[in-house]
Design a protein around this ligand. Structure first.
Ligand code: SIN
Length: 485
């Protein structure tokens, strides 16, 4: 499929229910990372268009929040149904602009849609409270109300699901949204807007603006009308946005970088651990915040694990994600590829051994070979910095105490994983890991029902689950007095 032939293809922004160009008529080119060809362009909007999108959302707010929870839920449900009906087309658009293997894109559309389904249901369950007052003529009532206009800044690695994970709860509670998708993957976001329009969201309730990230981001973070900013991306940009949001004391959710430890204890089922490591490390060509970044294997099972892990990696097929046979696509761009090359070269210079891969793929362009490094040293950059690529560094450890200290020795605290069959150890290690998410005997924990998020420099707030609603709500306390008269 050519992306421009899709009925979901739009090359304009969606603001206040209209498809618009940038005031300057300038555009940004979007390229397929698998062959670097231009697949289309989107408007290069800046501050003025962002202001208009925010104002449109604010104007839409009274009507949207006044709808009953049931009415908002019904519109979200229609959006979910449309996503499922158009799953294949959305998946094709995603692979063409993002590069991930088509089966992973199909998986992401299902994953993204599951947040819309989940929050269409949660919309009806936003319960307040009544609290006994210390005085007999009074009652304390707790109301939960929408926070107001929400800005969502979303990344290129999950061009669909990161939008729905933020916007579905916002819309469910009655907040309008302004979405700024990553410049590398705007077409998935615009396709979602096409379906949102069909689902019947009133104009201005959901807006998508593309363009200059710094100008749009600055406006979204500093405009006083925006009451909540939700960001997924690097810790570096997250910190800048946090400072900008401080100026108007906005609510914030930050889903930032990670450096996930993946631990294999000697009582683990090694075949399961290899399957988990493959899932966790190589999903989206290693370009997720929850990818395993440090694989710690206990001495006794180190050799067996490495042998089976190398064997599994040797079966991976690298290439254009549109080819059903390929299980690893291109890196998003040259910059990401260079970081991977730098981490591997640095680790090898410091003593690491290349068990498989270790260099650019013969396909050239942005393709890198799925790689396993062993005997990686603590000084290597890969031990402390997020690689965001298909490289698995493996380390040997002696005992539980040592590996917990190693795993927690990071400013990040997003995902962590371990494999063990010992119930005592499962409890101890789950409680000791300083991470927002712990996968036990699994390499994949993400689902709509569970709270996604990190601690330390990995972020603030939770997305998905019943907790994912809280970040879009203000709690209002009403003290009703004089009730005995
Ligand atoms: C991310 O990498 O930002 C999200 C990954 C996920 O939702 O599983």
């Amino acid at each position: 499929m050519k992306i421009t032939e899709s009925k979901l293809y739009r090359d304009k922004c969606y603001i206040n229910g209209e498809w618009i160009e940038a005031d300057s008529r300038e555009t940004i080119s979007v390229n397929n990372p698998a062959n670097l060809e231009e697949i289309g362009t989107v408007p290069k909007c800046e501050t003025a268009e962002t202001k208009r999108a925010i104002e449109a959302a604010n104007e839409a707010w009274p009507e949207w929040r006044a709808k009953s929870a049931r009415q908002r839920s019904d519109i979200l449900r229609k959006w979910f149904n449309l996503m499922i009906d158009n799953k294949e087309e959305l998946a094709q658009i995603m692979t063409i602009e993002q590069g991930k293997p088509i089966n992973e894109s199909r998986g992401e559309i299902g994953y993204g849609a599951s947040f819309v389904e989940w929050f269409s249901e949660e919309a009806k369950r936003i319960y307040g409270d009544t609290i006994p007052d210390p005085l007999t003529d009074r009652r304390i009532i707790v109301l939960k109300q929408p926070v107001g206009v929400v800005a969502s800044i979303t990344p290129w690695n999950f061009p669909n699901a990161m939008i729905t994970r933020k916007c579905a709860p916002a819309l469910a509670v009655g907040c309008p949204v302004v979405i700024k998708p990553a410049s590398q993957t705007p077409f998935s976001a615009l396709a979602l807007a096409v379906l949102a329009e069909k689902a019947g969201f009133p104009k201005g309730t959901l807006n998508v603006i593309t363009g200059k990230a710094s100008a749009i981001g600055d406006e979204l973070a500093s405009n006083p009308i925006v009451r909540k900013l939700s960001f997924t991306g690097s810790t570096e940009i997250g910190k800048i946005l946090l400072q900008k949001c401080a100026g108007t004391v906005k609510k914030v959710s930050m889903e930032l970088g990670g450096h996930a430890p993946f631990i294999v204890f000697d009582d683990a089922n090694i075949d399961d651990a290899v399957t988990g490591a493959m899932q966790s490390k190589f999903r989206n060509t290693g370009q997720t915040c929850v990818c395993a970044n440090r694989i710690y294997v206990q001495e006794k099972v180190h050799e067996e694990f490495c042998k089976k892990f190398v064997d599994a990696v040797s079966k991976m097929k690298v290439g254009d994600g549109l080819n059903e046979e390929n299980s690893s696509g291109p890196m998003i761009d040259e910059h990401s590829l260079s970081k991977v090359e730098e981490h591997v070269e640095d680790a090898v210079a410091l003593g690491a051994k290349v068990a498989i891969g270790g260099s650019k793929h013969s396909l050239g362009l942005n393709f890198y070979q799925p790689t396993i490094l062993t005997e990686v040293t603590p000084q290597a950059k890969i031990t402390t910095e997020e690689t965001f690529g298909p490289v698995a560094p493996v380390y040997k450890f002696k005992d539980e105490k040592e590996v917990i200290d190693l795993a927690n020795n990071s400013p990040y605290g997003l995902a962590s994983y371990f494999y063990s069959r010992d119930i005592g150890r499962i409890w101890r290690v789950s409680e000791a890991l300083e991470y927002g998410m712990v996968g036990v005997n699994t390499g994949l924990t993400s689902k709509a029902e569970a709270p996604f998020g990190g601690i330390k420099e990995s972020g603030l707030g939770r997305e998905g689950s019943k907790y994912g609603i809280d970040d879009f709500i203000e709690i209002k306390y009403v003290n009703m007095c004089g009730l005995d008269k």
